[in-house]
Design a protein around this ligand. Structure first.
Ligand SMILES: Cc1ncc(COP(=O)(O)O)c(C=O)c1O
Length: 388
């Protein structure tokens, strides 16, 4: 296509496109692919949640809501956060309903950053993190969480970044793509540094309900952290509600106020249908969350075992629904590995380079796929490796 005579946004022009788009275009063009690539639950939203939204639709509730979201939902979220963390958030001023955690993250960065502000971003991590910082005019300082540390953030790396003058840390646990999570003690060390250097933390805890081996400890539950943490959570993963697009921010009033300014001019409000569904999810959705979690855990144990049997070293993820497996023994770079596996055996996995520049030795496998699919993919992978 002919290049335009206009100079478009330099920031956006300089950003690379998401590394996995081209790969998944290829997946879509093929038949009989077993995909362990997607980052969303394979379950449908529990039916009572859908029904509750349908009944509101039938009654004619199809309008905008308050910019911050329906007060009833904000009250229910405030109650849920209190039950999980013991911390009280004022539903009027400290909670904002967003279009997923995705919107929450975007508007928080735009609300808190000035041009050139530095934000430490854990790596490997969700593909949107560094781009969100950059789009808000900030600079992303990437902190690699290494395999020899079981993919956990090394407190020393955080301390070094603090000394470089970061304004905030973008943290996520359980983590996409590694599945790593942190015990209360491990979080304590991070909290100590956050307080010592007085930085902010955007804590993306969207997979909190999918923590398998110990209780999830919210970062806000530590003393004096409420004033420093912007807590991001939502309904997409735990409740299998990706398409309803509901997330939320819980944060100090001043930050919620600034984020809401952007939200009201650009989004207006999160969709009303999703908000009704979220109310029902919080009221009556816990049994299904527990059932889905049980099934993910069964799959996790199976997949990790199979991958290690194939000598693709795989750390036991403590949460979310991903494994991050080392493929060094194949002498292939993760892009080559993923493409070959797709072309030869019709199995899709995501190359680690989508999540970190240092991800060439890793692939992400999502076990948010049926047990039968997973079994089939594992047996195809075994043959693929034997044929190398
Ligand atoms: C760590 C993490 N944060 C946020 C999101 C986006 O969530 P939402 O659907 O709430 O926008 C994802 C989606 O994959 C994710 O993995």
């Amino acid at each position: 296509m002919k290049k335009s005579k206009h100079e478009f946004s330099r920031i956006i022009n300089s950003m690379p496109s998401s590394g996995i788009r081209e790969f998944f275009d290829l997946v879509l063009s093929m038949d009989d692919v077993v995909s362990l690539g997607v980052g969303e639950p394979d379950f449908s939203t529990p039916w009572h949640i859908c029904e509750s939204a349908i009944s509101k639709l039938e009654k004619g509730f199809t309008s905008y809501t308050s910019n911050k979201g329906m007060l009833e939902l904000r009250c229910n979220i405030s109650q849920k956060i209190f039950e999980d963390s013991g911390v009280k958030y004022d539903p009027e001023e400290e909670i904002l309903i967003t279009v997923g955690v995705s919107e929450g993250m975007d508007i928080v960065f735009r609300a808190i950053l000035n041009p050139g502000d530095k934000v430490a971003v854990i790596k490997p991590s969700y593909v949107s993190y560094s781009p969100c910082v950059i789009m808000a005019g900030g600079e992303a300082i990437e902190l690699e969480c290494r395999e020899e540390n079981n993919f956990k953030l090394d407190p020393e790396d955080l301390e070094k970044a603090c000394k470089q003058g970061i304004k905030a840390l973008l943290f996520n646990y359980p983590c996409n793509p590694t599945g790593v999570s942190y015990t209360k003690d491990e979080l304590g060390e991070i909290v100590r540094i956050v307080k010592e250097y007085d930085i902010l933390v955007l804590s993306d805890e969207i997979y909190d309900s999918l923590t398998y081996d110990f209780e999830h400890t919210p970062l806000i539950s530590f003393p004096d952290m409420k004033e420093r943490v912007i807590y991001l959570n939502g309904f997409s993963k735990g409740y299998a509600m990706t398409g309803w697009r509901i997330g939320y921010i819980a944060a100090p009033k001043e930050i919620v106020g600034l984020a809401n300014k952007i939200h009201q001019y650009t989004i207006l409000c999160a969709p009303i249908m999703g908000q009704f569904a979220a109310i029902e999810a919080l009221k009556n959705g816990q049994p299904e969350v527990q059932e889905m979690k049980k099934e993910y855990k069964r799959r996790r144990n199976y997949v990790v075992n199979k991958l290690n049997e194939m000598e693709l070293t795989t750390f036991m993820p403590q949460g979310a629904f991903y494994t991050y497996s080392q493929i060094k023994k194949t002498n292939m770079d993760s892009n080559v590995f993923a493409k070959k596996l797709l072309m030869k055996k019709n199995v899709a996995v995501v190359p680690g380079t989508a999540f970190s520049e240092k991800g060439k030795d890793y692939i992400r496998i999502s076990y948010a796929s049926s047990f039968d699919n997973i079994k089939e993919a594992m047996s195809r992978m075994k043959v693929f490796l034997e044929e190398l």
